[in-house]
Ligand binder design. Structure first.
Ligand code: PAF
Length: 279
């Protein structure tokens, strides 16, 4: 695996490739887990070269303390990437990503997608995500971009970003990888208190319940029953919404299967977890 920490070095490498060489790109913030590895595997299947980036993007954190606390097990990550046959690790510094004085503002308005769900509770978070992903796509110039469906809103926003800016990268999404009991894999799972861990799959159970209830009830009723189930668990719910998979707006009636998604965010003690399921 080659490691590049500057844009110039990555681009010099890119210039050595045949124009027909396809590049699959997996952007990450490190602390890799099986969810990331499934993205890398899909990238490996579909592309000639697999590029992974690790950059803990300060712009997408609401609290500086969260950014500082974010796990950064770099040696372990590099070891995992080598095992998964990654061709390139792009590991930029902050100045390389955000050169002082360079205008990186994005001209498209995606606020319809960024101000709901996660965006409502984490103001500015998606502005940071959009800025970093846009910059990474300009640098890496991949044919394919791989993102997980676990961050459902994120991948929806990036899809709209790619379309709006006419970026010639194809977004490929990958199913959420789950623990045996259904808990979605996340870098935050290691922070769940062991005494609460047996309850952590309640988000998944609630989403499965929503899927069941869809057969009998309208979205409003399904939401209500799911909130009741979560209220009887140790989770403190931030939101539980049933939205259109395309525009992320709440629905009052069902759309054809695969076009409606239930999204949830909730706190288990001091750990904030998100999950979602197509209904
Ligand atoms: O999903 C993530 O890990 C991050 O939001 C991303 C896409 C790497 C941007 O920093």
């Amino acid at each position: 695996m080659q490691v590049f920490s500057t844009v110039a070095n990555y681009q010099a490498y890119r210039d050595t490739l045949f124009p027909s060489t396809s590049i699959g790109f997996v952007p990450t913030m490190g602390a890799l887990h099986p969810g990331h590895l499934s993205l890398i595997e899909k990238a490996r299947e579909m592309s000639d070269k697999v590029v992974v980036s690790i950059f803990v993007n300060p712009l997408q954190f609401n609290e500086n303390s969260d950014f500082v606390k974010y796990p950064k097990p770099l040696d372990r990550d590099i070891h995992m990437l080598c095992q998964y046959d990654t061709d390139v690790l792009f590991l930029p510094t902050n100045d390389e990503m955000y050169p002082p004085g360079k205008d990186l503002s994005i001209k498209v308005d995606l606020s319809a997608y960024t101000e709901v769900l996660e965006g409502k509770f984490r103001p500015g978070h998606f502005d940071g995500v959009i800025t970093v992903v846009h910059r990474l796509l300009k640098i890496i110039q991949p044919d394919f971009l791989f993102m997980g469906l676990k961050d459902f809103q994120q991948q929806t926003i990036i899809r709209h970003l790619i379309e709006s800016c006419s970026i010639s990268t194809q977004l490929q999404t990958v199913e959420t990888v789950r623990e045996e009991d259904g808990l979605a894999m996340s870098s935050r799972n290691v922070r769940i208190d062991t005494s609460l861990r047996p309850e952590a799959n309640k988000l998944y159970e609630t989403l499965m319940l929503a899927r069941e209830l869809r057969k009998k009830f309208l979205p409003g009723e399904v939401k209500q029953r799911c909130l009741e189930k979560l209220a009887a668990s140790p989770f403190e719910v931030e939101y539980f919404e049933i939205v259109s998979a395309n525009n992320l707006q709440p629905v009052t009636d069902w759309k054809p299967s695969g076009e409606t998604v239930a999204c949830v965010a909730a706190w288990l003690n001091d750990v904030r977890l998100i999950d979602n399921m197509m209904l």
